[in-house]
Design a protein around this ligand. Sequence first.
Ligand code: FDA
Length: 306
Amino acid sequence: MPWFRSLVLAIARQPWVERLVRESSLTLPVVTRFVAGESMAEALAVARALADRGFATTLDLLGEEVATPGEAAAATQAYAELLNALSDRGLDSTISVKPTHLGLRLDPTLARLNLERLARLAQRLGRRVEVDMEDSSTTRATLDLFAALHTTYGDHLQIALQAYLYRTEGDIDTAVARGWRVRLVKGAYAEPATVAYPTKAAVDAAYRRHLETLLEYGRFVAVATHDEAILRVARGFARRIGVGPEKYEFQMLYGVRRDLQEQLRRAGEPVRVYVPFGRQWYPYFTRRLAERPANLVFLLGQLVKR
Ligand code: FDA
């Protein structure tokens, strides 16, 4: 429901709404359902618990749209510490970074230096940096950044592509031609119909098209969705063309459809859980609310009870 998403995200941007929700802090069950905690120690404990149950993870230090180069440097440093901690613990974990957290909006060169620092460290540790895709005003710069570093760091980098954008048709071709590892998502931001499909049916159809192309011709695809119909299509198609876990994995968000995560894991499928943590949880949290009316109703119920 793109209109619901636009409405929720517009309301969530109002300073008084943010104040109201943030003051209720991380103690609200509806927040802790989606966010693993505020500290790296809490996120590592969640990653360990998930690993013990057979899940791989990707850890996202929440933050975006930093205002100064110093904040971008601090985020990069924290991510470097996270990569080292994951490596020390031998966890099957990647990191997920948002380009605007590394300074993309301030200066693309700065973001490139920061991302390169993480890519170099990931290469040295035998790990991977997954680059999240943000709103459409950043798509071109994010892809330029990714393409430039991919030539040196190859599979130590992975890029998210959003099925709801019209332009993704062409970006999938580029990804196939250049051997990029792709995380395929539907897209979580409020976008106008000039750049993104305005209906859920059209987004789902685009997702299926891109998924089949990536499974057949791509380097690797992380099928990042909780959509059961698409998951069925993905598994069926992979079986039919004879590709296995060397070519794909399923990815789902922490706190979303845990039953489905378990079901896939029990069926022997590779599942990676996206684990967000940190103090800057508000924008991420509002995108989760905007995906599902029931989440918003649940939040309102909890705020009223306070
Ligand atoms: P859809 O919205 O059709 O939902 C299918 C079903 O999943 C629903 O019926 C419901 O059961 C369940 N569900 C979905 N969202 C839920 C929620 N918030 N709460 C409870 N249940 C929910 N986006 C982006 O723009 N850039 C990115 O980099 C990423 N990265 C990313 C990584 C991973 C691992 C995942 C799973 C998703 C992303 N996304 C993302 C988010 C993505 O674009 C999309 O908004 C969400 O995955 C929701 O869409 P679904 O594909 O699940 O389908």
